[in-house]
Design a protein around this ligand. Structure first.
Ligand code: BV8
Ligand code: ZN
Length: 274
């Protein structure tokens, strides 16, 4: 890394305290200490499938029951997980900003586990959807509903089912829309699916307008979610990254705090007694 990286808390805190408009971007690493496997690395596999292969429209069209088996597994982990101190610290920071006139904090998360919402974050964009919501596949319906059922239907009650057994689950046993009885899918943005144009435009505006970007627990792999922090840094504004290691970090990110963000983030934000 050619540029010297600041990781001194006092310099960070003085920039934080003078910031009016903060954009926080989080990825799977912010939920790792809550027991949610990150996307890449060993956690990115389920039943010998790479998560990336299953998080696609083609996979769902090929075998909706196998993909529902994958999401049923992830829903169970997410719904039983608890927000960790990084989630709580970000919710606390947002509340502090809300209470000081003229200051704003917005959180964009790539995660679908819902832990930021459960920690109390309100000004949040769940860019890739949420595990606790399902969407009707009927193009004339497409209703999105909250669904916390674990298992998603009784057919998925055995956690040890093989890929073959999952693929063999009958269509009649898959989750259906309460309005039109069509098949529902996870309300998740899959690989190859386009973002809602307005949401993407809003995220771009937030990246253009913020005076500080706090980047937590992301490998910066997924496009275009990986562009927002680059927009901030490329325009000379401050990006402070919190990650286990500088694997995907950029030279023009002004701060890099290395280590588990459940420890480094509350400390940097001055919340040592969470
Ligand atoms: C789109 C829902 C067009 C699913 C997700 C080739 C090259 C480049 C790009 C592409 C390409 N081929 C295709 C693309 C585009 C593709 C893409 O980016 N693919 C990548 C993977 C190659 N993108 C898309 O398809 C997107 N759509 O591009 O449409 C378009 C574009 C613009 C405008 C209109 C249309 C849609 C992508 C949405 C995918 N859905 N989630 C689900 O969850 O089931 S993304 C998925 O990956 C997760 O949400 C996850 O959050 C996200 C990103 O990964 P990370 O969050 O970064 O997690 P990762 O495991 O990678 O890293 C964890 C990090 O945490 C590591 O850095 C680690 O060090 C750190 N960490 C771990 N523990 C800790 C920690 N840090 C701190 N503390 C810790 N304790
Ligand atoms: Zn419907």
């Amino acid at each position: 890394m050619s540029v010297k990286r600041l990781c001194d808390i006092n310099s960070f805190k003085s920039i934080l305290n003078s910031s009016k408009n903060i954009l926080v971007l989080t990825g799977a690493g912010v939920s790792a200490e809550s027991g949610i496997p990150v996307f890449r690395g060993p956690g990115g596999f389920w039943n010998n499938h790479n998560a990336m292969e299953l998080a696609t429209v083609n996979a769902f069209q090929r075998s909706p029951s196998l993909v529902w088996g994958f999401y049923n597994f992830r829903r169970k982990i997410a719904f039983n997980a608890k927000p960790n101190k990084a989630h709580v610290a970000l919710a606390k920071l947002e509340k502090e900003f809300e209470e000081s006139p003229g200051r704003k904090m917005t959180l964009i998360t790539q995660n679908v586990d819902g832990l930021h919402v459960r920690a109390g974050s309100k000004n949040i964009i769940q860019l890739h959807g949420a595990l606790d919501q399902v969407k009707c596949t009927n193009p004339n319906c497409r209703v999105i509903t909250l669904n916390m059922n674990v298992p998603i239907t009784p057919a998925f009650s055995n956690d040890e089912m093989s890929n073959e057994e999952l693929a063999g689950i009958q269509f009649s046993e898959l989750p259906k829309c309460q309005l039109c009885n069509s098949l529902v899918r996870p309300h998740i943005l899959w690989f190859g699916e386009s973002y809602n144009h307005n949401v993407l435009a809003r995220c771009g505006d937030l990246a253009e307008q913020c005076d500080l970007c706090i980047l937590v627990g992301t490998s910066m792999t997924v496009y275009p979610a990986n562009q927002f922090a680059l927009t901030v840094a490329d325009s000379g504004r401050t990006v402070a990254e919190f990650n286990l290691n500088p694997e995907a970090s950029k030279d023009n990110f002004k701060f890099f705090f290395s280590g588990p963000c459940g420890i480094t983030l509350p400390h940097a934000l001055g919340y040592d007694n969470l």
